[in-house]
Every structure is written in structure tokens, then in C-alpha cells.
Design a protein around this ligand. Structure first.
Ligand code: PLP
Length: 404
């Protein structure tokens, strides 16, 4: 008899954003006259930049001609894109990452979720708490995290590394050494970062203990401060202990186009076994490549004009971030993030739970945010707002929040 993967039943409730969507749609149905402003899900609102649109048009034209038509993409991704990434994202920052250490994919979510497949199921994982839910959920599905423990609001087999106001939302090195360490900086949801000297301590710790760091820097393009690393490979020794994930989603507005990449240095080993060939094997077996036209669009981002245009777009969102941060702070909220990331993390007033505050904002200000508890136990009593709305909506939302 067929048996289902019972690990899926260990996932509590529905995925965070489905629950939010359900609550919002119920509210919208019963209050059709209200204009709801969504600063919850981290999705972009600005259209693709002109260089990207031109590249897409050109690539579509190529697909229409027999001489230039493209079928399946190479397993790792097209050389033209991997070379641009290696030059612009790494070599120009002093990091020696070669094109064939870069694997192109349809986004960082797939890669962050799938990477656990190349590690043994008995590895112990550590995650920032709060953090992007995909890391824990994908490990639960693979049976790596033990049972859900209601009393801890977390899984038995996971080391949760609290990110709190006291430690500047950057975790301490765990006493019990994990095998796999997920780090996400700039962090979703707190919007906070880890300075270079702090990240170097993590790299040294991982190298000392034989751990692998899975570093998600999907938001590196939003970094505005000098001493904040854009890549973990800016730290000495990171090539010996780290895998990095990047995304075009927030950097260049590709959430609907889909493009991302993963870096696995050729020399990286887990207990003596090289990881690059394992990921190449997995990629080749289960993935048939990001579309040619999308890879051409990605390449267009790595030109002088492309960089200027995406930076302008990021500046637009970061203006929203500043408006939210300043507006809420001025209204007496305890806020963080918003300087090196498009997320503002606020403490709920009057000790409300995250979901109580969600309902309160939805009903009183018709503004949607994301309850912090959905990102991990230490997210309770916090709330995330995103800077990805339009400027007009952002101003209106903050004014409404200030008025309740
Ligand atoms: N990593 C983090 C931390 C994110 O917040 C997100 C998206 O919200 C992703 C990865 C997913 O990115 P992509 O759109 O490339 O799948």
C-alpha cells in the first residue's frame, strides 16, 4: 500500500502566508468598502527596469529564429550569466568565485529548500530565530528535525539561535555544535545584518568544527553600510565552509520572472566528501534549467546601465523603508531593520501577540503586515512590515497606523 511522507504532518498549520491570505480575504469580503494596504508578503511592486525588458525582447526574438533558437539550457546555467555574476558579484568585491562554481536556478527559495538533500539526514541543523521559514520546513519534510514540540513552539531536533534586541538580532555561536548552520543576512524578517567581524567569527567556528554554513544573502543589494559584508566569501576561510544563495527577485524585481543562483566552491567538503559534484548531480537530475530569455534578462542587470537602473529601484524601496522606520519610531514604536534591508521589524505594543497585532492593524487601519511569530518562537511579540509597497501606499499605511 502506498504510504505518504508523514514528516509533512509534523509541519504545524498552514504555511504562514496562506494563513495571512485567508484572513485578509475574509476581511475584504466582509468589508468591501475598505481599501486594504498590503505591506505583508515581501513581493515587489515596481515593474522590471528598461534594460531587463530590452534583453527579454531581444531574447524572445532569438527564440523565434531557427538560427538563434535555444532548447534546454546547460545544467549549471549559461556561461554568459555565470561569468557576469562571477565578475560583478564576486571578483569586483575581492572574492574569488569562478563561473563554474555558480549554479543558476529559478530562485533562492528552491535552492535553500533543496540544498538539504545533499546532506545526511542525521545532520543537526541550526537556524536563526526568527528567520525565513523555508530552512526549517524543508528539513522537516526530509525528516531531519524531530517532532514539533508545542511547549517550545519549535522542533526537538533543531538548534534555534535567538536573534533578539539584546544581541542586535545576530545570533551567538551555539554551545552544542550544529552540522549545518543556516544564516540569512540581511535578515528576513528582522531586516538586521551581521557585521564583517561577527561573520568572520562564524566562519572560524564552522571551520574549527567541520560545520557547513548555508548563507542566504538574497537581500545583499539593499546593504547601505560600509562594514556589512555582501557575501560570506568576503571572510577568510569561507570557501572551506560555506555555500551561498542569491536571488534576482528583490535585487532586480524578478519575483515573477524567477532567477537565482547558488555558489558551491569546488574545494568545499563535508567530512571529506566534495559537495560541488553532489549538487551538480542533483541539479542535473532534478532540474532542467532557468529559461534562456530569463538568463539573458539576468545578464542585462550586470552592465553599467543595468546596475544604475536596479540601484534606482532599490533606492525607491529604501525610501519607503525610511518612511516606515521614522514614522513608527516617531509614533513611539520600538523598531529595527530598514537600513540595510527592505524589512522593518517592530515590537508589538502593549505586549500583544503577533497575531493579535495583525488583527488589530487589519481591522483598525486596514493594513496587512506579517506576524513575527510565523518566523520562529523568538518572533513572538514582533511584527514585520515590508518596504516593497508603492510610495503612496506606504505613506498612507503609516499615516493610518499613526492615527489609531
Ligand atoms: N531567501 C530569503 C531570505 C527570502 O526572503 C526569499 C523571498 O522572500 C527568498 C530566499 C526566495 O527568493 P526567490 O524569489 O529567489 O525564490
Amino acid at each position: 500500500m502506498a504510504k505518504a511522507n508523514l514528516n509533512y504532518l509534523k509541519l504545524p498549520g498552514s504555511y504562514l502566508f496562506s494563513r495571512i491570505a485567508q484572513k485578509v480575504s475574509e476581511f475584504a469580503e466582509s468589508h468591501p468598502d475598505k481599501k486594504i494596504i498590503r505591506l505583508g508578503i515581501g513581493d515587489v511592486t515596481q515593474p522590471l527596469t528598461p534594460v531587463v525588458i530590452d534583453a527579454l525582447h531581444n531574447a524572445v526574438d532569438e527564440m523565434a529564429e531557427k538560427a538563434t533558437f535555444k532548447g534546454y539550457a546547460p545544467d549549471l546555467g549559461y556561461e554568459f550569466l555565470r561569468k557576469s555574476i562571477s565578475d560583478w558579484d564576486y571578483k569586483r568585491r575581492g572574492c574569488l568565485i569562478e563561473p563554474d562554481e555558480i549554479f543558476i536556478s529559478d530562485g533562492a527559495k528552491s535552492d535553500c529548500g533543496n540544498i538539504q538533500e545533499i546532506f545526511s539526514t542525521d545532520n543537526v541543523i541550526a537556524v536563526c530565530d526568527p528567520v525565513y521559514p523555508v530552512y526549517v520546513d524543508s528539513n522537516v519534510m526530509a525528516g531531519r528535525t524531530g517532532d514539533y514540540d508545542e511547549s517550545k513552539d519549535g522542533y526537538n531536533g533543531v538548534i534555534y539561535m535567538p536573534c533578539t534586541a539584546e544581541n542586535g538580532f545576530a545570533p551567538e555561536l551555539p554551545e552544542k555544535v550544529p552540522d549545518l548552520i543556516y544564516l540569512c543576512f540581511p535578515n528576513n524578517p528582522t531586516g538586521e545584518v551581521m557585521k564583517k567581524d561577527r561573520l568572520q567569527e562564524w566562519v572560524d567556528y564552522a571551520n574549527r568544527n567541520g560545520s557547513i554554513i548555508l548563507y542566504d544573502s538574497a537581500y545583499e543589494a539593499f546593504i547601505s553600510e560600509e562594514d556589512v559584508p555582501h557575501s560570506i566569501y568576503e571572510c577568510d576561510g569561507a570557501r572551506d565552509c560555506a555555500i551561498e544563495f542569491r536571488s534576482f527577485s528583490k535585487t532586480a524585481g524578478f519575483t515573477g520572472l524567477r532567477l537565482g543562483y547558488t555558489v558551491i566552491p569546488k574545494n568545499l567538503k563535508a567530512d571529506g566528501v566534495e559537495l560541488w559534484p553532489l549538487w551538480a548531480r542533483r541539479h542535473g537530475t532534478k532540474y532542467n534549467g532557468a529559461p534562456y530569455i530569463v538568463q539573458r534578462a539576468g545578464e542585462a542587470v550586470y552592465t553599467e546601465e543595468g546596475q544604475k537602473q536596479v540601484k534606482d529601484q532599490i533606492a525607491y524601496y529604501m525610501k519607503n523603508a525610511k518612511y516606515i522606520y521614522d514614522g513608527l519610531k516617531d509614533a513611539g514604536y520600538e523598531v529595527s531593520g530598514g537600513v540595510n534591508a527592505p524589512y522593518i521589524w517592530l515590537r508589538t505594543p502593549d505586549n500583544m501577540t503577533s497575531w493579535e497585532f495583525f488583527d488589530y492593524l487589519l481591522t483598525k487601519a486596514n493594513v496587512v503586515g506579517t506576524p513575527g511569530s510565523g518566523f520562529g518562537p523568538h518572533g513572538e511579540h514582533y511584527f514585520r512590515l515590508t518596504a516593497f509597497g508603492t510610495l503612496e501606499d506606504t505613506i498612507e499605511a503609516i499615516n493610518r497606523i499613526r492615527n489609531i
